[in-house]
Design a protein around this ligand. Structure first.
Ligand code: NAD
Ligand code: ZN
Length: 243
């Protein structure tokens, strides 16, 4: 019953906002940080993804990012990424996909109306002039990259622990969630801001809130429908006509 209702809401909605977290890429073989299966052996994200770590040992931080970059470029978008790209095609202007993921897989799946809140490990940003450039293919990449504009040293184009999110991107995400008729929150533990508040803001503004996550989250009690399953299975259930 609830599923029929959610499908109908999603079908009818002109304004749809989606938030994705690391769980959406789990089925592409990219591990989550918090999830089981401890992936970054020998590396603790909290100790590497920080401005202090980079100031102390930029080469070490770049080695970690180069390893993750190689890993994400070897991965492929999974059916969850593809269905979200398809949903965007159907909704057009009223659609926004906000992701905490830094793996670039939504873009590779064809999504275009995307806000990468935490940046992307597929790009570098110049410390001196702010210029952003894509990394060369993994097999041709030796970190650290050098700015093609000014020759400056470049850092990964990601938001580290203790850094602020880009204010414009965040405002765009908030607008989308506060005006959405349907909000979908997929594969995020919803404990870190702003992930926690986007879903709540949508619900408070009258949106129909759908969550997809194999585990319950703090958002679960608020959700109109909470699908306790993987991102790809959940989206297949909600969008049965997709590929
Ligand atoms: P998170 O807090 O978003 O938690 C991952 C969530 O995914 C959990 O709630 C888990 O229950 C759920 N999940 C696991 N498998 C799933 C599946 N198959 N389908 C749907 N949901 C599933 O993410 P995190 O791992 O704690 O990472 C924190 C931050 O680190 C992210 O916001 C991101 O910036 C970065 N990160 C990015 C990637 C990536 O880009 N793929 C991967 C790991 C971490
Ligand atoms: Zn530069």
């Amino acid at each position: 019953m609830e599923i029929q209702e959610a499908r109908r809401r999603l079908e009818d909605a002109r304004r749809v906002a989606v938030l994705t977290g690391a769980g959406v890429s789990a089925e592409s073989g990219i591990p989550t940080f918090r999830g089981a299966g401890g992936l970054w052996e020998g590396f603790r994200p909290e100790e590497l993804a920080t401005p202090a770590a980079y100031a102390r040992d930029p080469e070490k931080v770049w080695r970690w990012y180069a390893m993750r970059y190689t890993q994400v470029m070897a991965a492929e978008p999974n059916p969850a990424h593809l269905r979200l790209a398809e949903l965007e095609q159907r909704k057009g202007d009223g659609f926004l996909l906000v992701t905490q993921n830094v793996d670039g897989l939504h873009l590779r799946a064809g999504s275009r109306r995307v806000v990468e809140l935490h940046g992307s490990i597929t790009r570098a940003r110049c410390e001196r002039c702010g210029h952003r450039q894509p990394l060369p293919p993994p097999d041709a990449f030796t970190p650290p990259p050098v700015c093609e504009r000014c020759g400056g040293r470049m850092r990964p184009d990601v938001v580290w622990f203790g850094e602020f999110l880009d204010a414009e991107l965040l405002a765009r995400a908030e607008r989308a969630f506060m005006t959405a008729e349907v909000a979908l929150v997929i594969g995020t533990s919803a404990v870190v801001e702003p992930a926690a508040s986007l879903g709540r803001a949508a619900k408070a503004s009258g949106a129909y809130l759908i969550e997809i996550n194999p585990e319950p989250t703090p958002l679960t009690p608020l959700a109109d429908l909470s699908l306790r399953t993987s991102a790809s299975e959940g989206l297949k259930t909600l969008l049965p006509t997709g590929s």
